[in-house]
Design a protein around this ligand. Structure first.
Ligand code: KIV
Ligand code: ZN
Length: 514
C-alpha cells in the first residue's frame, strides 16, 4: 500500500497575499466549497488576526466545511493563536498553523531576536495552540535559508510539545530541487522524534521551482504539500496544486504516495479562482491553460488520433476539461440552472441571489446560444459582487466610426444616485474609462488591462481584467460580457469599488508586533 500525500490548499491565505487578489468572505466560501468537493485535505482559510474580515471568513469556512480540515494561520504570538482558535471553534476538524522565522537574516533583521528566544517562542506557541486543538502545524519560516542544526533543534522541540505537522517553507523561493529534497531527507533523519510528525513543504516560485522543489521533497519523504490553485500566491506565487497533484498521479512509477483528490474538479476550481481574483491563467500554463491539451502541429494531431498516448501523458477529462462541459441554453429552466450550479459546488445564499443570477443567465442566453460552466462562474461572480457595490453601471452607449474619435456616454449609479457623463478617447475603451473617471475622479493608475474570451467563438463572453493602483494599494477588477466594451466598463467599475471600500489587514509576515 502506498502512503497518502496530504494536499493542503492555501489559495485563501497565501494566494490572497498576491497583490490585488483579496477576496470577500462570500467569495472565499465559494472557493472553499469547491475545494471541499475536490476532496482537498486541508483548507487554510486565512489569517484570523489580520482583520475582522479575515476572522469572519475563517469562521464562516469553519462553519460550512465538513469534509476537509479547516486551518487558520497565526504568528507565534498568544493573541494570534487565541484569535485563530476563536475563528475555528465550530470547525469539525480545526487546525492551527503557527510560525516563526528561523533564518539568520529574519531573526536578526526582522525579529531582532536570538535563536534561543525564537526557539522558546516557537515552543510556547505550539503549547498554547495545543490547548485548543490536537492538530497543530508549525512552520519555521524561511527554512530554506536556515541553519540546519538550529532547524533540527527547533523542530525537535516543537514536536516534543505536540506539533503533529512540521511544514518546511522555502519562503523566498531560493532553494534548488536537489538541495530542498536533501534538506527534507536530512531533517527526517536527524531530528530524533521526526517519526512523530508529518513533514510538509511550502515552496514559493521566485525561481520558477516551486513545483519541482515540492516534488523533490515528496520523493524524500514529505507527506504534505502546501499549494494553491493556479499557483497563486505572494510575489511569483506558490506551488500550483494542479501541477503537484497531476505529477504525483502521472508518475506513480516514481512517487510512493497518492493523493485523495477528485482531479476532475481541477478545472472548475481553476476557473473559479481566476474569475474571482481576476488573475487570468496563461494559455500555456500546465494542466489548466487553454493550450494544455491542444495539439496544434499536424503531426501531433495525427498521432493523437491514432493513439492518444503518442502525445498525451494525461487525459484532459481526468482534470475536468471535457467532463464538465454540459451546455445550457435559452430554453433551460431554473431547475437545470440550479442543478448545474450545485454540480459546480456553487451555493447561493438566498432565493433572491439565485433569481438575480438566473435573470443574468437568461439575458446572456439571449445573446449567446450555448452557456458553459465558465459562463456560469462569471455570471455568479458578477451577481454576488454587483449586489453590494456602491458604484454600478446603469447604461453605456459607445460610438465608434472610421475616421472619427470614439465617444462614450456612461450612466453610473453612485450610492443610488444616477449621473450621466460623456467623453471621447483614442478608442472605445479609452473613451469609456475617461467618462467613468469624469464622474469618479479616482486618481488611480491603470496598471494592467487584459481581455480573454471565456469560451470559444465570436459570440463568446469577453472577460476583462483591470488592475488599478492608488497610494500603493493594488486592486483587480473583472467584468464579463459578450460586448467587450461593456465588459471593460464592468471591470473598471469593479476595481474602483474595491478602491472605494478598502480592506484593512495585517500582513502575516510583516515585522510589526512580532
Ligand atoms: O512562505 C511562508 O513562509 C509562509 C509561512 C507563513 C508558512 O507563508
Ligand atoms: Zn508562503
Amino acid at each position: 500500500m502506498t502512503d497518502k500525500l496530504i494536499i493542503f490548499d492555501t489559495t485563501l491565505r497565501d494566494g490572497e497575499q498576491s497583490p490585488g487578489a483579496s477576496m470577500t468572505r462570500d467569495e472565499k466560501i465559494r472557493i472553499a466549497k469547491a475545494l471541499e468537493k475536490m476532496r482537498v485535505d486541508v483548507i487554510e482559510g486565512g489569517f484570523p488576526i489580520a482583520s475582522r474580515g479575515d476572522f469572519e471568513a475563517v469562521k464562516s469556512i469553519a462553519n460550512v466545511i465538513k469534509d476537509s480540515r479547516v486551518c487558520g494561520l497565526a504568528r507565534a504570538l498568544d493573541k494570534d493563536i487565541e484569535r485563530a482558535a476563536e475563528a475555528l471553534k465550530d470547525a469539525v476538524s480545526p487546525r492551527i498553523h503557527t510560525f516563526i522565522a528561523t533564518s539568520p537574516v529574519h531573526m536578526e533583521k526582522k525579529l531582532h531576536k536570538s535563536p534561543d528566544e525564537v526557539l522558546e517562542q516557537a515552543v510556547r506557541a505550539v503549547k498554547l495552540a495545543r490547548n485548543y486543538t490536537d492538530d497543530v502545524e508549525f512552520s519555521p519560516e524561511d527554512a530554506g535559508r536556515s541553519d540546519l542544526d538550529f532547524l533540527c533543534r527547533v523542530i525537535e522541540a516543537v514536536i516534543d510539545v505536540g506539533a503533529s505537522t512540521i511544514n518546511v517553507p522555502d519562503t523566498v523561493g531560493y532553494t534548488l530541487p536537489e538541495q530542498f529534497g536533501h534538506l527534507i531527507a536530512q531533517l527526517r533523519e536527524r531530528v530524533p522524534n521526526s517519526d512523530k510528525a508529518i513533514f510538509s513543504v511550502h515552496c514559493h516560485n521566485d525561481l520558477g521551482l516551486a513545483v519541482a522543489n515540492s516534488l523533490s521533497a515528496v520523493a524524500n519523504g514529505a507527506r504534505q504539500v502546501e499549494c494553491t490553485i493556479n499557483g497563486l500566491g505572494e510575489r511569483a506565487g506558490n506551488a500550483a496544486l494542479e501541477e503537484v497533484v497531476m505529477a504525483v498521479r502521472t508518475r506513480q512509477d516514481i512517487f510512493a504516495c497518492q493523493t485523495n483528490l477528485d482531479t476532475t474538479q481541477i478545472m472548475n476550481c481553476s476557473r473559479l479562482v481566476s474569475s474571482i481574483t481576476g488573475f487570468a491563467v496563461q494559455p500555456n500554463k500546465a494542466i489548466v491553460g487553454a493550450n494544455a491539451f491542444a495539439h496544434e502541429a499536424g503531426i501531433h494531431q495525427d498521432g493523437v488520433l491514432k493513439d492518444r498516448e503518442t502525445y498525451e501523458i494525461m487525459r484532459p477529462e481526468d482534470v475536468g476539461w471535457k467532463a464538465n462541459r454540459m451546455v445550457l441554453g435559452k430554453h433551460s429552466g431554473r431547475n437545470a440552472f440550479r442543478q448545474r450550479l450545485q454540480d459546480l459546488a456553487i451555493e447561493l445564499n438566498s432565493e433572491e441571489e439565485l433569481n438575480a443570477a438566473f435573470a443574468r443567465f437568461k439575458e446572456l442566453a439571449d445573446k449567446k446560444h450555448e452557456i458553459y460552466d465558465e459562463d456560469l462562474q462569471a455570471i455568479v461572480s458578477e451577481t454576488l459582487i454587483t449586489e453590494r457595490e456602491r458604484v454600478k453601471l446603469v447604461t453605456l452607449k459607445v460610438c465608434s466610426e472610421t475616421g472619427e474619435k470614439p465617444h462614450a456616454s456612461v450612466t453610473l449609479s453612485i450610492d443610488n444616485v444616477e449621473n450621466t457623463v460623456s467623453a471621447s478617447g483614442s478608442g472605445p475603451v479609452d473613451a469609456t474609462f475617461k467618462a467613468i473617471e469624469a464622474l469618479l475622479n479616482s486618481n488611480t493608475k491603470l496598471l494592467v488591462y487584459s481581455v480573454n474570451n471565456i469560451t470559444d467563438g465570436t459570440d463568446a463572453q469577453g472577460e476583462v481584467g483591470v488592475r488599478l493602483e492608488k497610494d500603493g494599494k493594488i486592486v483587480n477588477g473583472q467584468g464579463a460580457d459578450t460586448d467587450i466594451v461593456i465588459a471593460s466598463a464592468k471591470a473598471y467599475i469593479s476595481a474602483l469599488n474595491k478602491i472605494l471600500m478598502p480592506l484593512k489587514r495585517k500582513h502575516p509576515q510583516a515585522a510589526r508586533e512580532v
